[in-house]
Design a protein around this ligand. Structure first.
Ligand code: GDP
Length: 140
């Protein structure tokens, strides 16, 4: 298994409820290292650019308005098969379908306000990490 890096976002529903530490504990318990992290408040334009691939989806407006509605914590996670591992720790998109012990099962409010984002493939991870972080900010 290769060491990978993935982009994670703790979404506004979770920062609003002061869940950053509890979510970070889930990552660390799963063997993922937080090698970069910052709290930012996205503008609507920045959220729209990040979710560009979803522009044609019916929930694009709701998703991007939500992501710009409050602070987020953007972070880079590193570890063995980090992209897949993080998706496992996150759980299914809809918390109603998420497995026990996952972040979304424990913390998500709905399919939209689902507490975390995680890259879905190596190519998207590279693009998403570069959207938020410079190489100097990744301290592995
Ligand atoms: P993910 O990779 O598990 O985050 O899921 P997707 O890539 O399919 O969707 C991206 C994000 O769009 C999800 O995490 C949700 O926040 C949001 N989303 C997906 N489906 C819906 C939906 O039916 N309604 C709303 N409001 N948001 C959705």
């Amino acid at each position: 298994m290769a060491i990978e890096r993935t982009l994670s976002i703790i979404k506004p529903d979770a920062t609003r409820r002061n869940l950053t530490g509890r979510i970070n504990a889930k990552f660390e318990e799963a063997g993922l290292r937080i090698i970069a992290q910052k709290r930012i408040h996205l503008t609507l334009a920045q959220a729209q650019k990040f979710y560009e691939v979803h522009r044609e989806r019916p929930f694009f407006g709701e998703l991007t308005t939500f992501m710009a509605s409050g602070p987020v914590v953007v972070q880079v996670l590193e570890g063995e098969a980090a992209i897949t591992r993080n998706r496992e720790v996150m759980g299914a998109t809809n918390p109603a379908n998420a497995a026990a012990g996952t972040i979304r099962k424990e913390f998500a409010l709905s399919v939209g306000e689902n507490s975390v984002h995680g890259s879905d493939a190596p190519e998207t991870a590279a693009v998403e990490i570069a959207y938020f972080f410079s190489g100097l900010e990744l301290v592995g």
